[in-house]
Design a protein around this ligand. Structure first.
Ligand code: NAP
Length: 378
């Protein structure tokens, strides 16, 4: 097929987890040309993307003109913003101090402005976008969904305050072409919070410790694989809907799955927000994530919103081949955590190497309550 007939998807964050997965998935379909955006077109990640067939273009989220240029000719845009970079960067910490605000609020301000820049630039190419051409990664509004209880869960509100809250009133035409894709807890999050996921006890056993109800179902996402499959599937749906990319699982079951696969003894312990902050080396980070776990407990990570899931999409799509479930079953990841490594032997009837994600799937099959067809109205 000649290039001119291809649909062009412009992918923000294409060198990162979410955007990288999206870029790689669309590159598998010859109907699409992929333009990946990055600040550094010579980085190894940018080079790898180019080798896979993507056009790699420089753009800066703080510079709306660079985004307008990079979006030229786009038929689809995938948008993602990164709260944690301005949160952790030493120069940003220094700026926050200068401004007399916390690094949590500073990163909120940066992410909101970057999200607005994306929307402002996307609005200039709305005419070339297909009907469901603005695919945005976001999270629920903690402030609104908790009815004001969570006033400063910044990395949730910094996304929701733009996608959809800024876009809908300001750019109705763009909003009509938008799908909001909420992303679950990355299944790689244990890398960031090893002491909370796997707190080693004096008797050699482990505790998973979060300020979250042990039995509350929270969505988990294999970000580097399933974001691509999920966003690709969403692109084939009608516009204007909101989704959860992730599979619902309680932390008690998460811990139990890990214990079954590794052979380690682990229990889940619900702790307070203060306890989690005390146990996290970077206190500001401790507070931001502790609030997230508490919010995930009540009203819920999704804020109690009615979000469509992979299963909902499968009901109206004829081919299920897009979905993460297939990928997860084949997953051969190993987890090396807390001094424990997945055993190579068979763990409780489940292939040891593939382990954790297969266990997730098994639990999910037992637990999953099929969502109502009513949620999808074409
Ligand atoms: N961890 C979790 O469990 C979890 C769950 C749900 C949602 N999230 C959210 O996921 C987001 C991060 O997504 P991710 O993991 O995909 O991020 P990531 O892997 O760190 O990638 C960030 C991408 O954004 C690009 N980028 C960053 N700042 C930029 C700027 N100023 N201008 C242009 N491009 C820029 C980077 O490109 P270059 O560096 O190449 O320029 C990179 O491609 C966060 O906002 C977080 O809140 C996380």
């Amino acid at each position: 097929m000649a290039d001119v007939q291809k649909k062009l998807i412009v992918v923000l964050g294409a060198t990162g987890n979410q955007g990288g997965a999206v870029a790689r998935r669309f590159l598998q379909d010859p109907q699409y040309a992929v333009r990946g955006l990055t600040r550094n077109v010579s980085s190894p990640a940018a080079q790898a993307l180019r080798e896979l067939g993507a056009e790699v273009v420089a753009a800066e989220l703080d510079d709306v003109e660079s985004l307008k240029k990079a979006f030229k000719g786009a038929n689809l845009i995938f948008s993602v913003t990164q709260y944690w970079e301005p949160f952790f960067r030493p120069d940003c910490r220094a700026k926050a101090e200068e401004l007399g605000i916390t690094c949590r609020k500073y990163a909120y301000d940066v992410e909101v402005q970057q999200g607005k820049n994306i929307a402002d630039a996307a609005a200039t190419v709305v005419d070339t976008l297909v009907d469901n051409g603005f695919l945005v990664s976001t999270l629920s509004s903690a402030r609104k969904c908790s009815k004001g209880k969570f006033q400063d869960l910044y990395h949730f509100d910094s996304k929701a305050d733009v996608f959809p809250d800024y876009v809908v009133p300001k750019y109705p035409e763009l909003a009509a072409k938008m799908s909001c894709i909420h992303t679950g807890f990355f299944t790689t999050s244990h890398n960031i919070l090893p002491d909370s996921y796997f707190a080693k006890q004096s008797d050699g056993s482990f505790q998973m410790r979060f300020p979250c109800n042990p039995d509350k179902l929270v969505p988990q996402l294999d970000v580097n694989r399933d974001t691509g499959n999920f966003v690709y599937a969403v692109s084939q749906m009608p516009p204007g809907k909101a989704y959860m990319a992730g599979e619902y699982l309680s932390f008690r079951d998460w811990a139990a799955a890990w214990g079954r696969v590794t052979g380690a003894t682990i229990e889940y312990k619900e702790v307070t927000i203060d306890e989690m902050v005390a146990e996290t080396p970077d206190k500001a980070c401790g507070l931001e994530v502790a609030l997230m776990y508490s919010y995930s407990s009540d009203p819920g990570y999704d804020g109690g919103m009615e979000l469509l899931t992979a299963e909902d999409i499968q009901k109206v799509r004829t081919s299920p081949a897009f979905f993460g479930l297939q990928m997860w079953k084949k997953n051969t990841d190993q987890i090396n955590l807390g001094g424990h490594r997945l055993p190579d032997h068979d763990g409780g009837g489940i292939s040891g190497k593939a382990g954790l994600f297969q266990v997730f799937q098994q639990i999910k099959r037992e637990q999953y309550q099929v969502a109502s067809n009513d949620k999808i109205k074409q």
